[in-house]
Design a protein around this ligand. Structure first.
Ligand code: GLV
Ligand code: MN
Ligand code: MN
Length: 413
């Protein structure tokens, strides 16, 4: 089939590579944590590109950047796309940036084709998808979709407890005054690399994403008492790190007691006072638990919490388990999923249905509007890793599917 307007895969690739220079890591990846000076630089570049493409740019109260392309019926609810420019500390070039710049490429291609849609189009860079600095992640899209209060989002503390998300927005000049969400949207589509091995293994170029697994995130604080490493006899110690280590090992083993297997991860750990010759008095660590079955997920989480309390009791420590974020598994809108499948079919691209293991801003949007996602393969399924890679032709194919799905939804005048 002839494309509606051809995306330029080289231009998309060049934009991705230019964006990836901001926060480039020695290992070939990207470290562009939300609301840092590097994130500001990435945002500034995106805003420049939006303006060059003729988009009207606004920034909302959560710092989400929205580039809007007018429709011939500009009062119609917009068709929206987007993802995130923030990354993991040792992240890749594509997780997030692809979905933002694919949206921009859709606009550039429509501009070149001289094609205006009936409904307006909006391209969004969501603030702090990754949740590295401000503990929760996907909060700005959650506020937009009406799941979290604006005050909750803006007052989120950073993990050192020295600043808040709202203050950091102001510091980098992205404390916008546009309302965060609160208007009807026709549909939301997010393009993203799969971050897993299925599409590549099965020779599919497009994944029509059916939904995403449930997720609960906790901060566990283990408290013992500091002491001298040379003088405090072993039987008298209340070593918080030893307790935390037992808990983390126990949580890893717990995962294997369930079928199908959940994923349980501790990726963040803070030791106080973090000194070679002091017995650690307090340890804080993260626990991220995910499973597609909500009832099983609740059971795993209850077992995980009980395990931490049992270990604390056995080791003479205190433990506090705080839930930071939780969402049940979600299903995307059948019409949006079908729009992705149909576009892939028309373009002659091998497509398969797929479930997302990762969380995405689209999971929040799904609570408020018809939502779908487009996955493209990434090499060896590797992500949250500097080695993350996706082939330019696959990225272009996903972008073309995004264009077709958005235009089909928005209509052509
Ligand atoms: C997002 O990066 C997630 O952790 O799923
Ligand atoms: Mn992502
Ligand atoms: Mn990510």
């Amino acid at each position: 089939m002839a494309v509606t307007a051809a995306v330029d895969g080289d231009r998309l690739w060049r934009s991705l590579m230019e964006m990836s220079r901001i926060g480039a890591t020695p290992g070939g990846g990207v470290g562009r944590l939300a609301l840092t000076d590097l994130d500001k630089a990435g945002r500034d570049l995106f805003v420049d590109w939006c303006k060059e493409a003729g988009l009207a740019v606004r920034v909302d109260r959560m710092g989400n950047i929205i580039g809007r392309r007018a429709g011939t019926d500009d009062t119609a609810p917009p068709v929206v796309t987007g993802s995130h420019l923030d990354s993991q500390p040792l992240g890749g070039k594509f997780d997030g940036a692809y979905g933002v710049l694919a949206g921009l490429e859709v606009v550039r291609a429509l501009n070149e084709a001289g094609l205006t849609t009936r409904a307006p189009l909006e391209i969004i860079n969501w603030t702090d998808e990754e949740g590295v600095r401000f503990t929760a992640g996907v909060v700005a899209s959650g506020v937009y979709a009406g799941q979290f209060d604006l005050d909750f989002g803006r007052n989120l503390p950073d993990r050192e407890g020295t600043t808040t998300l709202g203050r950091e927005l102001a510091r980098i000049g992205y404390d916008g005054d546009a309302p965060c969400g609160g208007y009807p949207i026709s549909a939301f589509f997010e393009a993203h690399i799969e971050q897993g091995p299925i599409l590549e293994r099965e020779g599919a170029v497009i994944g029509a994403v059916l939904g995403a697994q449930g997720r609960r995130c906790y901060t566990v604080t283990v408290t013992g008492e500091e002491g001298h490493a040379g003088t405090l006899p072993m039987p008298l110690r209340r070593d918080a790190l030893v307790g935390a280590a037992r808990m983390i090992d126990g949580l890893n083993r717990l995962a294997f007691e369930f079928d199908p297997l959940p994923v349980i991860t501790t990726g963040y750990l803070q030791v106080r006072p973090n000194s070679r010759n002091t017995v650690p008095g307090r340890v804080t660590f993260s626990v991220d638990i995910r499973h597609p079955d909500n009832a099983l997920l609740a059971d795993i989480c209850a077992r995980a919490e009980a395990l931490c309390r049992t270990v604390a009791g056995e080791t003479g420590l205190e433990v506090e388990v705080a839930e930071m974020f939780g969402r049940d598994s979600i299903r995307f809108d059948p019409d949006c999923v079908e729009a992705v499948r149909a576009a892939a079919k028309r373009l002659g691209l091998a497509c398969r249905d797929i479930h997302s293991g990762a969380g995405h801003d689209a999971c929040n949007l799904a609570q408020a509007a018809p939502t779908g996602m487009i996955f493209v393969p990434c090499k060896d399924g590797i992500s949250h890793n500097e080695r993350e890679y996706a082939a330019p032709e696959d990225l272009a194919a996903g972008c073309q599917v995004l264009l077709e799905a958005m235009v089909a939804r928005a209509g052509v005048a």
